[in-house]
Unconditional design. Structure first.
Length: 247
């Protein structure tokens, strides 16, 4: 696979290629985690050395994959249940207060749907690991969103993440990429993302009726969305899996 993978620090001209929706790579409801805007609106300017684009020389007008990470200070013994949201929050507070980062958290590694299954995610993870190590950090953590979990929304994340193949590697493809790269699964981030909206919001995001209180199975969601018709809102609390990479 011949691809050019570079950070925005080295190739700032690639930044516009990261601004499209990557052919709908994420389901619409995933774009409404309120912490996302706190990071993505400043990432290109504040963390260019940790924002990556992969470009196929055959078509340099679009990125085929992207990756984002953020430096922060984390001294607690365990990684947080708050996962993705908590990493963005801590990084933002640390930047404002002058805290010296001691590790880096992955925020996103995304491959266009038409380029998935070819090993590109592993290349992006390798590029991130190498860049983090070059900057003097010895730890990269990742609140991993297992790529196969949406097919088992009612299975607890801890049980899903613990599933392994005969060779001892995780059943989940994305967790398997991390473990093969040297990552170690640590724990579940039980409330890594929290996305709320009115029932009208959820109908717009999913095309589903959201007309009955209780759990709603939404395509691409890792767990059911909780619908409350009486109070006109629904809440999605997504668990992720913490993986730690020692560099």
């Amino acid at each position: 696979m011949t691809l050019d993978i570079a950070s925005l620090a080295d190739r700032p001209d690639l930044a516009p290629l990261l601004d499209d929706d990557f052919d709908g790579a994420w389901p619409p409801f995933m774009l409404w985690d309120p912490m996302g805007a706190v990071y993505y609106t400043v990432a290109h300017d504040l963390y260019p050395e940790l924002v990556f684009a992969a470009v196929d020389p055959a078509d340099p007008t679009r990125a085929v994959a992207r990756a984002y990470a953020v430096p922060l200070r984390w001294t607690e013994t365990e990684l947080p249940d708050g996962g993705w949201d908590r990493m963005i929050q801590r990084a933002t507070i640390g930047r404002l207060t002058g805290a010296v980062p001691n590790l880096v958290s992955a925020i996103e590694i995304c491959v266009r749907p038409d380029r998935r299954g070819g090993g590109l995610s592993a290349l992006m993870l390798a590029a991130m690991r190498e860049a983090v190590a070059r900057q003097g950090f010895d730890t990269l953590v990742a609140p991993v969103r297992p790529s196969g979990k949406h097919r088992h929304p009612d299975l607890p994340m801890a049980e899903y993440a613990a599933q392994v193949r005969a060779d001892g590697l995780p059943v989940d493809p994305w967790l398997r990429v991390h473990v093969r790269a040297g990552g170690r699964i640590e724990q579940v981030a039980k409330r890594s993302m929290t996305i709320t909206g009115t029932l009208a919001d959820w109908r717009r995001w999913t095309g589903l009726p959201f007309d009955t209180s209780g759990p709603v199975h939404v395509p691409e969601a890792l767990v059911p969305v909780h619908c409350d018709v009486t109070h006109d809102h629904a809440v999605y609390v997504e668990p992720n899996v913490w993986v730690r990479h020692r560099l």
